[in-house]
Ligand binder design. Sequence first.
Ligand code: LLP
Length: 413
Amino acid sequence: PEESGVDENGALTIGGVSVARLAETYGTPLYVYDEEGLRRQIRRFVDGMRERWPNSEVLFASKSFPAVGMYRVAQQEGLSVDIAGGGELRLALAAGVDPAKLHFHGNAKTDDELRMALDAGLDTIIVDNEDELDRLERLLERPQKLLLRVIPGVEAKTHASQATGGADSKFGLPMDQALAAIERMRAHPLMEFEGVHLHIGSQILEVEQFAEAVANISSAGEFDVYDVGGGLGVKYTYDDDAPSVEAYLDAVVDAARAHLPAEARIMIEPGRSIVARAGVTLYRVTTVKRTGRVFVAVDGGLADQMDVALTGQRFEAVLGNRVLDPWTETAQLVGRQCESGDLLVDRAQLPEARVGDIAVVATTGAYGYTLANNYNGALKPAIVFVAEGEARLVARRETYDDLLATHLPAIEG
Ligand code: LLP
C-alpha cells in the first residue's frame, strides 16, 4: 500500500498502524486496506476520465470487493456501482448507495432479482440475453433504461477463466444476434434501450486490447451509451509490469475518439485496478518445516485467497513484524487448506521464519474477500480500514456459530 512505513520495532505500518498491533487487536487472517490509498486510486479514475471524456461515468465493479464499507467509500468518492446479483444489490443499498448510481449485470438474473432491482429504482439493467427480455416484458411496469451486453470478439490475453470477450463467451450476445434483441427493445414501450456493454476479461496487461474492443463494438451501430467494461490488470509480483491507470484511460478514450460518436456517454467498470493494491492480508505463521524445501505455513490460505487455485495467482509477501531483517531463506509460503495448490508465494525471499511471525501478503485487495469460503471450516476473515493512524472494523470475522447457523434449524427441526 502507498501509506506504508516501518515503526521503531521494525514492524510494517499501514496507514500509520503497525501490522503487529492490527494482528493483535483483530486476529488473523485479516484483510487490511489503506483507505487513503484506496481513495486516491478512485480519484485517478474519476478525475482522469472526466478530464478526457466529460460525458462519462466510472462504475466500481463491486464484485471485486463487495463490503458495505467499500460501497460507502465508492459513493462518497463519486463512483457509480455495478452489481451482479441480489446480494450485491442489498449490500449496496445498505451502504446508502443512491439507486440512480446502480447498474445491474448478470447472465442469469432471476425474476426475484429483477423485481428487487426494479423496486429499488436502479439506473440501468445490462441485458444479457433474450430470456432476460422475456422476463422484463413480464415484470416492467415503468420505463427502464437498458444496455445490451454484446460479445466484442476480443480474445483477452489473460488466464482462461478470466477471459470473457471471445467468440465462445457465455456472457452477452454475438453481434449478429444482438441486432434482433436491440430491435425488440426499441419496439417495447417501457424499454429505453440506450446502448451496448462489453467486457473482455480481467487482469489484462495490454491496453491495446481495450482499444481493440472499442473499435470492434463500433460495428454494432451508433448509440447514446457505450459501457466498455473493466479488466485493467495490476502488478502482483516483483516481475510483473502493469500499465498505469492513465495509460489505460488514454487507450480507451483515444479509441473512442477514433470509433465512437462524439456525443456518446462512455462508461468504464474497473474493479481490481481500484482495490487490489490498497489491500493486504495478514496471517500468523503456524508451522515452519524444513524438509527438502522450506515450508512456511500460515493460518489461512485459499479459503481467503481463492485466486491461488482459480487462476494460479501468485503474490509477494514479507514478515511484517520484522521487515528490516535480511532475507536469508527461500520459502514456499503455503496456506492451511487441504490442497497442494494452496500456495500463496512460490519461492518467497524471507528472513528465517519462526512460528508466530506475521506474514503480510500484498496486493490482495481484489477478489480475496469476494471469493472467501468455508473450506475446511475456515471462518471468513474480518476487514479493517486504516487511515491516519486509526483502524476501523468494516466487517467482523465469522464465528463458529455463524458456521452452524444455517445448519442448526435443519438439525433441530
Ligand atoms: N465488469 C464486468 C461485467 C465484469 O464481469 C467484471 C469482472 C468487471 C467489470 C471488473 O473487472 P476487473 O476490473 O476487476 O478486472 N475471479 C477472477 C476475476 C473475475 C472477474 C469477473 N468479472 C479473479 O479473481 O481473478
